[in-house]
Design a protein around this ligand. Structure first.
Ligand code: DX5
Ligand code: ZN
Length: 217
């Protein structure tokens, strides 16, 4: 089953609880939380206390995307705050295999994110240690950017790699996903679609999510 994961980066931060409730009622499958440290990416967002507070609002899975340096120093804090899936960037994790094994050892799902310029070759070495591959379709740091068209080919090549695995591994895509391009991205092979601006700047969350779900069904 393909999934829609609204990114709260484009939500109204003064009303985060209401915004999460609203996308849950509108049919969201997961909630995507973008964690930025001002070092790995040129922007700052939220930390574990906010994740913990939001955890009480919904039972939807929390898909936590760490765009931070030294992710190992914060794994426990984000897991204890209520993450269901914790994704780290290849470019930020020095000992990626150990990081992924640690996350799984704490009984949640481990994801690996690749920036647009990062080659897929790295997957060969860590594919057995992760549950989800996150293909960035923009350079991370900000919501509302345009999907990078050359990422369609990368998504197809990722699909081919994942098809050869014995165990199912989800492919998530993140950045510039909209009702206008989601069908093409889905055909290329993605399973989970993060959408920030497309959902939260729309006037009707339900109809936007419904439109996206119809396009990928
Ligand atoms: C990018 C973040 C994304 C982003 C998606 O740095 O990781 O999750 O918020 O937002 P849109 O859908 O607006 O590109
Ligand atoms: Zn993200």
């Amino acid at each position: 089953m393909k999934k829609i994961a609204p990114s709260i980066l484009s939500a109204d931060f003064g009303r985060l609880a209401e915004e999460i409730k609203a996308v849950e009622e509108a049919g969201a499958d997961w909630i995507h939380l973008d964690i930025m440290d001002g070092h790995f990416v040129p922007n700052l967002t939220i930390g574990p206390p906010v994740v913990r507070a939001l955890r009480k609002i919904t039972s939807l899975p929390f898909d936590v995307h760490l765009m931070i340096e030294n992710p190992d120093s914060y794994l426990d804090a984000f897991i204890d705050a209520g993450s269901d899936i914790l994704t780290v960037h290849v470019e930020a994790a020095t000992h990626l295999q150990r990081t992924l094994a640690y996350i799984r050892g704490r009984n949640i799902k481990a994801g690996v994110a690749l920036n647009p310029a990062t080659p897929l070759g790295v997957l060969e070495e860590i594919i057995d240690d992760c549950d989800l591959i996150l293909i960035m379709t923009v350079n991370p740091g900000f919501g509302g950017q345009h999907f990078i068209p050359s990422m369609i080919s990368k998504i197809r090549r990722t699909r081919d790699i994942l098809a050869k695995q014995a165990k199912p591994i989800l492919m998530e895509v993140d950045g510039g996903i909209s009702p206008g391009n989601i069908k093409e991205v889905s055909h290329a092979g993605a399973d989970v679609f993060v959408a920030g601006a497309a959902v939260f700047t729309s006037s009707d969350y339900s109809s936007t999510i419904k439109q996206m779900k119809e396009a990928i069904s």
